[in-house]
Ligand binder design. Structure first.
Ligand SMILES: Nc1ncnc2c1ncn2[C@@H]1O[C@H](COP(=O)(O)OP(=O)(O)OP(=O)(O)O)[C@@H](O)[C@H]1O
Ligand SMILES: O=C(O)[C@H](O)COP(=O)(O)O
Length: 407
């Protein structure tokens, strides 16, 4: 059983709130898109209005990346969204951070520095070991409770996600609660159930396809995007050098064998593209798989019309559609059609669930609306859609209880 904010005695309590505000970053190192911050406003404003003292914990980017920046601009933006001052401290668990947390009054909020500035936070631990890291031992003494609202990071076993709820009473925030409500009951959604697997995270997507086919969760798996290209190659289609080089450069060449194994085992339930769109002389040009390989330097950038018709027929019979990853390079106007049409068709099903940060931003860009649920999570949603437990959610389930007020 996971406790929620309804179970937390908030007034005067110092709460560490883990959020996921991992966002696109501008060239000047500041926040470029506040969608993920906005998602957490309900949880944070509820805690503040109920008299909590809130210390916000979050990561941004990965070490070495251009988006691996401080959370100062996130804190500034949060202050506008919450319509109250939000302090920022350039420390996460040092004495400076602890001192700031100790001086919070009821209704005050501070954003601590990017948790991944500390190497332990970019490692995976079991919860007991995570509880002994510097971040957890540093913060444990100044926090009374822990709230996890970072559903999108819950597939990671990192200290701020699994260590803090091992030593502190743990609660799901409102985002986490909503995501678990919808994604935690995938098995109860109506049949037939179709998974649409696109985008560029080929290994994760093949894991999902294996799992949902093996467990009988998927009546059909529809493939698109880079994932669809890998399945086409696995099926013996010559996609040409440009698409093959791209797959090789992304480190997904070995996935072709896994895709072939999956086709051997469950080929009757896996739908492959029947045509692809390439860039020919600057225009979109569609080629049936029988007409492949494409010309020199041409790469499969989207699914074509005949694939769309085929996939739309499968979707027409689906009661539940679960989608992750765009069908093509949606960032380029010429290759948005597959994503727009496929996702638009899915909104006609009684239950349509979308996972993936890039997918959500593609849909915003393309103006496609009307899904039953758009998840804040990419990898986390994928894992949950296979009915697998998420380490940070398990840690919350096992968290100690909040001591009674007079203890
Ligand atoms: N045929 C293709 N060739 C090259 N890139 C493609 C193709 N189809 C889709 N993509 C790219 O895939 C990327 C998105 O894939 P990704 O798997 O990251 O999506 P996501 O699951 O929604 O994201 P996340 O898990 O990060 O939230 C886009 O940048 C898009 O351009
Ligand atoms: O953006 C995400 O999917 C989450 O914030 C997790 O980020 P990570 O993949 O860098 O751990």
């Amino acid at each position: 059983m996971i406790e929620t904010l309804d179970d937390l005695d908030v007034e005067g309590t110092t709460v560490g709130v883990r959020v996921d505000v991992n966002s696109p970053i501008d060239d000047d190192g500041t926040l470029a898109d506040d969608a993920r911050l906005r998602a957490h406003v309900d949880t944070l404003s509820e805690l503040l209005e109920r008299g909590g003292r809130v210390a916000v914990l979050a990561h941004q980017g990965r070490p070495g990346g251009d988006d691996f920046v401080s959370l100062e601009s996130h804190a500034n933006r949060l202050s506008t969204l919450l319509d109250q001052p939000v302090e920022y401290v350039d420390a996460t668990f040092s004495s400076a951070a602890r001192k700031t947390i100790r001086t919070l009054s009821n209704g005050d909020c501070v954003v601590l520095e990017n948790t991944r500035f500390y190497s332990e936070e970019y490692m995976e631990f079991d919860p007991e070991r995570a509880a002994q890291t510097h971040l957890v031992t540093g913060l444990e003494s100044v926090l009374d409770a822990y709230v996890n609202d970072a559903f999108a990071a819950s597939h990671r076993s990192q200290p701020s996600l699994v260590g803090l709820p091992t030593v502190l009473p743990g609660y799901a925030g409102r985002v986490m609660e909503a995501e678990l409500d919808v994604l935690g009951s995938i098995e109860e959604t109506p049949d037939p159930r179709v998974y649409v697997i696109g985008g560029a995270k080929v290994s994760d997507s093949i894991d999902v396809a294996w799992s949902v086919l093996e467990k009988g969760l998927a009546d059909h798996v529809i493939t698109a995007g880079v994932v669809g290209n890998v399945f086409l190659i696995a099926d013996g289609v010559d996609l040409g050098d440009a698409s093959s080089d791209f797959i090789y450069d992304q480190g997904y060449w070995d996935e072709i064998d896994r895709a072939a194994d999956l086709l051997d085992a469950y080929g009757d339930r896996i739908a492959l593209p029947r045509d692809v769109a390439v860039d020919r002389d600057g225009d979109r040009y569609e080629l049936g798989v029988n007409a492949l390989p494409p010309g020199d330097g041409e790469s499969a950038m989207d699914i074509g019309d005949s694939t769309l018709e085929y996939y739309q027929r499968i979707l027409a019979d689906a009661e539940t559609v679960i989608l992750n990853g765009p069908a093509g390079v949606f960032e380029d106007d010429r290759f948005q059609k597959g994503t727009r049409r496929l996702y638009d068709t899915a909104t006609d099903s009684s239950t349509s669930i979308v996972g993936g940060g890039d997918t959500a931003s593609a849909l915003r860009k393309l103006g496609v609306e009307g899904f039953s649920h758009v998840s804040t999570g990419g990898g986390a949603a994928l894992r949950m859609l296979t009915a697998e437990p998420l380490p940070a959610v398990t840690a919350l389930q096992n968290a100690p209880e909040q001591p009674a007020a007079d203890d």
